[in-house]
Ligand binder design. Structure first.
Ligand code: RIB
Ligand code: CA
Length: 334
C-alpha cells in the first residue's frame, strides 16, 4: 500500500540525494514537496528542489516555497558543506520553475492534508519551521497527519556543535512544538546517519551507470563537505560550483559522504533496514552551550509513561542494504 507523503526539505546535497531515492520508489505517493531555509537560503533550497525534481522527470509533483528563517532566531547556514548554492559540484543549464506554486508551503501542506481522507506522512529532512507553523496556524489539520519522519536528533554526538544536529539547532523552538504536538514522531539520529556513508568505490558505481541522474548524484557527492585538500585551497566562491581538480581528486580518494537525508527517506520505504525504540525526548532552547541538544531519555530517568514517550528513535541501519537501495534507485531513472 503506497504511503501518502509530503517531503519538506532544505535542498542541499543530501536532500537532493534523498529526492533521487524517494522519487523513484513505488512505495511513496509523493503528493507535494515543500521547501524551507536551512543548508542555504530558501531561494536556493527552492531553486535546487525545482531543478532536481525536473531532472528526475517528475514534473507531476508540485512544489511550494516555505519559511525563509526560523520561528524566532536568525538563520544558520551550512554552505561550507553544501556550497554557496547548496549543490556544489553541479550546475544546471537553466532553472525550471513550472512545478513551483505561488502559495506558501504551509498553505500547500494544509490543502494537501485536507483534500484526502487518507492520512498523510510528512518527511522533514530540514529544520521543521514549516511543520511547526502548520501546527500553530492550522491545529485543525493535526489529526490528518499520519506521522512525521525527521532527520535529526542525537544523544552523544552532534553536527555542527558537539551536542546538537543541524536541523534541530537551526530552529529548536520549532522542533519542540513538533515533538510535543501529539503527532507520531520518528527520528533518524546522527548516530545512525553517520554510519550511513557512501564510500568512494560505491560512488564509482554511479560513474559506471553513465546516466544523467547518476552523473548528477556522483557530482554532488564529490562536492559534499570540505575535503582535506579543499581546506587549504583558495575557494573561488564565484565559481565554487566548479570543483577544483585537487578538491575533486581528494573527493574521489577519501570523501565519504554521510547520507543523512536519504537514510531518513529509506525508513519510510523499507523500515526493515532499521531497528527502533521509543523514548521521552525534549530539546534545549536556552542553553549557552547546549541549545539544540535533544534530551533522549534512554535510561528512563524521568519515569515517563508509554504515552509520554514522544520519540520513536531509529537505532541502527543495515548500511549495505541501504546503499544497494540507493544505487538501485539511481538505476531506475535509466
Ligand atoms: O545534520 C544533517 C542535516 O542537516 C541534513 O538534513 C542536512 O541536509 C542538513 O539539513
Ligand atoms: Ca536536509
Amino acid at each position: 500500500m503506497k504511503e501518502r507523503v509530503i517531503i519538506d526539505c532544505d535542498t542541499g546535497i543530501d536532500d537532493a540525494l534523498a529526492l533521487v531515492l524517494a522519487l523513484s520508489r513505488p512505495e511513496l505517493d509523493i503528493v507535494g514537496i515543500t521547501t524551507v531555509a536551512g543548508n542555504v537560503d530558501v531561494e536556493n533550497t527552492t531553486r535546487n528542489t525545482c531543478n532536481v525534481v525536473h531532472l528526475l522527470g517528475r514534473d507531476d509533483i508540485r512544489i511550494a516555497k516555505g519559511e525563509p528563517k526560523p520561528l524566532e532566531r536568525e538563520p544558520l547556514r551550512a554552505s561550507g558543506v553544501h556550497g554557496v548554492t547548496g549543490l556544489r559540484g553541479y550546475t544546471f543549464d537553466s532553472d525550471w520553475k513550472e512545478n513551483l506554486l505561488d502559495i506558501h508551503a504551509v498553505e500547500f501542506m494544509k490543502r494537501l492534508l485536507e483534500e484526502s481522507d487518507e492520512k498523510t506522512t510528512i518527511i522533514a529532512i530540514g529544520p521543521v519551521t514549516n511543520v511547526a507553523k502548520l501546527l500553530i496556524e492550522h491545529p485543525e489539520v493535526k489529526d490528518r497527519i499520519r506521522r512525521i519522519v525527521f532527520m535529526g536528533t542525537s544523544y552523544h554526538c552532534g553536527n555542527p556543535t558537539p551536542v546538537s544536529t543541524f536541523n534541530v539547532l537551526v530552529d529548536p523552538e520549532a522542533f519542540r512544538k513538533v515533538i510535543f504536538s501529539g503527532v507520531e514522531f520518528v527520528a533518524c539520529p546522527l548516530e545512525v546517519t553517520k554510519t550511513a556513508t557512501i564510500e568512494p568505490d560505491e560512488v564509482e558505481r554511479l560513474d559506471a551507470m553513465g546516466t544523467p541522474v547518476a552523473r548528477f548524484a556522483a557530482s554532488i557527492i564529490r562536492g559534499y563537505g570540505i575535503t582535506k585538500i579543499g581546506a587549504d585551497e583558495k575557494i573561488d566562491t564565484a565559481n565554487e560550483e566548479v570543483i577544483s581538480e585537487n578538491r575533486l581528486k581528494a573527493a574521489k580518494e577519501s570523501n565519504e559522504v554521510t547520507m543523512h537525508d536519504p537514510a531518513t527517506i529509506a525508513y519510510v520505504i523499507d523500515p526493515s533496514l532499521f531497528t527502533t525504540a521509543k523514548y521521552y525526548c525534549d530539546v534545549e532552547c536556552k542553553g549557552e552551550l547546549t541549545t539544540g541538544f535533544t534530551l533522549i531519555d534512554k535510561n528512563d530517568y524521568y519515569k515517563k509513561e508509554d504515552d509520554e514517550r514522544n520519540l520513536t528513535l531509529m537505532e541502527s541501519i543495515d548500511r549495505p542494504r541501504f546503499i544497494d537501495l540507493f544505487l538501485d534507485s539511481v538505476r531506475r531513472y535509466g
